[in-house]
Write a protein that binds this ligand. Structure first.
Ligand code: ATR
Length: 268
């Protein structure tokens, strides 16, 4: 019988995950199908229960349900616990395993696809919401020399930094960034979706640095600002494909090749 998977979110019509996983399945010869489920805002758990009852083997979870998915799963992985958010559910007989592949997807895109060395680098992580929470620990564990979390609401950044002991991670407001520069500046805010950009001082991008926006498929004001400053820029399409590949691996035990899918997605 064909194994069933789906992405659960609201809204979910725009999600590229069904296309990506269908390509992975075809390329690796896996007998599976992958659909999309729009759960009502108050109906996440019920939507998951129904999908499990109908034979679903696993699911991706997207906005706004990643924190709910963390609470829903019975066995969160270490990286899900660090992120306190889950984007991948794996349905076993009695247990629901939860994992978070967003951060590792970002790290893999930066290192494998973009050829950036994270070890020893200085990183500015903009934002302290769900997207930043998923990225922080994987970036630190990949060997970043120093990570600064900047956020409009400083206490949120401080709370996030405090979660990660044993690494050089500090929090600040954007106004405190003057005079500092970073090898990697990663936008994990949702400001670009409203056409806004967090106030970055001139010189925040180190020479030869990279500006990365986790948002994909559009030129955000952040990327425009970085481009004007003369640094290399990249959107989150590669992170999207790499987090999907990691989820696919968790479900199927097979690691799909991401290069062809990423190239096709960029062409679309
Ligand atoms: P997500 O799960 O997508 O990260 P979120 O939890 O709502 O969504 O977090 C959104 C992030 O974008 C936050 O860091 C938010 O800053 P605050 O914590 O101060 O709200 C940031 N953000 C949103 N709009 C912004 C703007 N116009 N300027 C700066 N930061 C913004």
């Amino acid at each position: 019988m064909t194994d069933r998977y789906a992405v659960i979110g609201n809204p979910v019509a725009h999600s590229k995950s069904p296309w990506i996983h269908t390509e992975f399945a075809r390329a690796t010869g896996q007998d599976m199908e992958y659909g999309r489920i729009e759960a009502p805002l108050e109906g996440f758990a019920r939507a998951v229960e129904e999908f499990r009852a109908a034979g679903g083997r696993g699911a991706n979870v997207t906005l706004p349900f990643k924190q709910q998915a963390f609470r829903y799963c019975t066995a969160p992985s270490a990286r899900a616990q660090l992120a306190q958010a889950v984007n991948t559910l794996i349905f076993d007989r009695d247990a629901v395993r939860g994992d978070n592949t967003d951060g590792v997807g970002l790290v893999r895109d930066l290192s494998a696809n973009l050829g950036r060395r994270i070890a020893g680098s200085t990183i500015l992580l903009m934002g302290a919401g769900g997207a930043a929470q998923g990225a922080l620990a994987p970036l630190a564990q990949a060997g970043a020399a120093r990570i600064v979390i900047a956020n409009r609401t400083l206490p949120r950044a401080q709370a996030l930094a405090a979660r990660l002991a044993g690494f050089d991670v500090t929090a600040c407001g954007y106004e405190s960034l003057a005079g500092q520069s970073f090898d990697l500046v990663i936008n994990a805010t949702s400001a670009g979706l409203e056409g806004a950009v967090a106030p970055l001082p001139e010189g925040v991008f180190a020479r030869g640095g990279l500006a990365y926006d986790m948002v994909y498929g559009r030129e955000t004001p952040f990327l425009a600002l970085a481009r004007a400053a003369g640094v290399e820029v990249c959107d989150g399409t590669g992170m999207l494909v790499e987090q999907a590949a990691e989820s696919f691996f968790l479900w199927r035990g097979v690691r799909p090749d991401t290069a062809a899918v990423l190239a096709a997605l960029r062409r679309r």
